[in-house]
Design a protein around this ligand. Structure first.
Ligand code: ADP
Ligand code: MG
Length: 278
């Protein structure tokens, strides 16, 4: 059986000459949390849009739960299966009241009206926005708007959510809210999470990290594996998180630093260990 998401040697070409995707193959297992990083123009958004049939490959194929995205008969089921959250929350909120907004996608995808109320309430509780259900979306903070957008997606009960730089327009507290929500939904429901980000410390939260470069998959591994390849990352125009970079420099300077520290706490612990202080 194929993995939940199966991408077979796809290319994608916009109207211009260059391939935006150039021979991408990828399998993603159900329930995994995959981060995708890469410099601007490396093809991240183009790849993300292939996962729910917003774009169809120029060659090769994309299977979502064994449904080929190129077959129009599959489009609705694919959009129910893979939800998407984009960068700008203002472009995603369509209704005048939060709860109407959350109801919008399930209504459009044919969820029976009797079920919608329950789904909307549950989704708003899941993202911590139930108390705001009667508020106007435009009065909310950026992080709250993104959480409402996420509620709209989970009200469809998707198997997977693709986030394309969902925190890029948020302040640090909004960013934390959205990341905590992603982590919670993954842990609670086992939803497959695909997070496109340019924040390496966000990428460190994933189980698997994919680095794109010029329309190709350049590196694919655990965050630990990828961040230890500082020189390879630099070839793709990327750096590991600052904390990991600091440990790398200390290691180059001869310190005995244990591998695998990714978080602030992990790095602090590694330095304490190296210094022999507890
Ligand atoms: P990323 O999300 O990694 O910044 P994109 O997937 O947006 O990269 O872009 C990949 C390549 O495709 C870039 O060269 C970009 O200029 C081009 N591209 C993206 N969107 C369009 C579009 N709508 N029309 C033409 N070219 C595009
Ligand atoms: Mg992009």
């Amino acid at each position: 059986m194929n993995p939940f998401i199966q991408i077979e040697n796809i290319t994608y070409k916009y109207r211009n000459e260059e391939l935006a995707l150039d021979g991408v193959s990828l399998g993603i297992e159900k329930g995994s949390f995959v981060a995708i990083v890469g410099h601007n123009g490396s093809g991240k958004s183009t790849l993300a849009k292939h996962l729910n049939a917003i774009l169809l490959p120029t060659s090769g194929r994309v299977l979502i739960n064994d449904m080929d995205t190129s077959d129009p008969a599959n489009t609705i089921e694919i959009r129910r299966t893979v939800g998407a959250v984009f960068q700008n929350p203002d472009n995603q909120l369509v209704a005048a009241v939060v709860e109407e907004d959350v109801a919008f996608a399930p209504e459009n995808l044919g969820v029976p009206p009797s079920e919608i109320r329950e789904r909307v309430d549950k989704a708003l509780k899941d993202v911590g926005m139930y108390d705001y259900r009667e508020h106007a979306p435009h009065r909310l903070s950026g992080g709250q708007k993104q959480r409402v957008a996420i509620a709209g997606v989970i009200a469809m009960r998707p198997g997977c959510i693709v986030f394309d730089e969902p925190t890029a327009m948020l302040d640090p507290s909004g960013r934390r809210e959205v990341l905590a929500t992603i982590g919670k939904l993954r842990d609670t429901y086992g939803i497959t999470m695909i997070l496109v980000t340019h924040h390496m410390n966000e990428a460190a939260l994933a189980d698997r990290l994919i680095v794109m470069n010029r329309g190709k998959i350049f590196l694919d591994g655990t965050p630990e594996e990828i961040f230890s390849q500082v020189d390879r990352l630099a070839e793709a125009g990327m750096n590991p998180p600052h904390t990991v970079m600091l440990l790398h420099r200390l290691k180059e300077a001869g310190w005995d630093i244990p591998d695998g520290a990714l978080t602030h706490d992990g790095c602090a612990e590694a330095i304490r260990t190296a210094l022999g202080v507890r």
